[in-house]
Design a protein around this ligand. Sequence first.
Ligand SMILES: [Zn+2]
Length: 255
Amino acid sequence: MIEFSIRRSIRKTVGILVHPVRGVIVSAHPNLSLKELRAIVLKRAEWIIRKQNLLKNSATLHPTKRFVEGEQLWYLGKQYPLRITNDKHDKHCKEKHSCHGASEHYCTSSNLLPTITFSGEAFWIFLPPGIRQKEQEESLLRSALVRWYSAQAEALIRQRIEIYRSAVATSHPLIVRVRQQKCCWGSCTAKNALHFNWRLILSPLPIIDYVVVHELCHLKIKNHSRQFWSLVGSIIPDYKERRAWLRQNGRQLDI
Ligand SMILES: [Zn+2]
């Protein structure tokens, strides 16, 4: 079975797009029924799967960004362009855009590290003077961005835990950590410490919520038994779709 989302628009033909993160998107006229669309997708299944495999392979071969002006970076399931400048951070921060909302705005203070600001429309990177080599710049930018994303992830995940913890009915004192790990989106240790992958912040909020609830449920049930999934399902009824999304798109969630 191929999962797809539907985009309705006035058009004569049916368009199918295999997107690296958003999955299969079918654009179709509002008159076409879901049944008709399913049949069309089924007909193109071979092509879709070939395309998906191609994307998977290319993600494995070229998993990283180049961190150049205009490159698109994911944040909470949306893409935003990268703006790179050598100008002083303060000048841009005040003149070129407004840094609004405390949660959206995070500036690193050291003069030797790139400074990152998210304006709501773009990522602004202010390079420290003296970076000459492109390779050095790339690795500095990557680690600065990972730090920025990790800080955002930790703040948001703590917030989401507070929202969901009463639903799981847990009063455990929680240790929450966001880590730079390649594997696993989240884990719950025997001592009830919850660990989350910083890359979650690249995905849409419903996906983050699924992982948060999944790990919170492990505070009560350590395994993946039927009871565990029914607890998850009682809080997030469509958890299967969210889990499938993560399985399908997780690989692309990286910089
Ligand atoms: Zn689990």
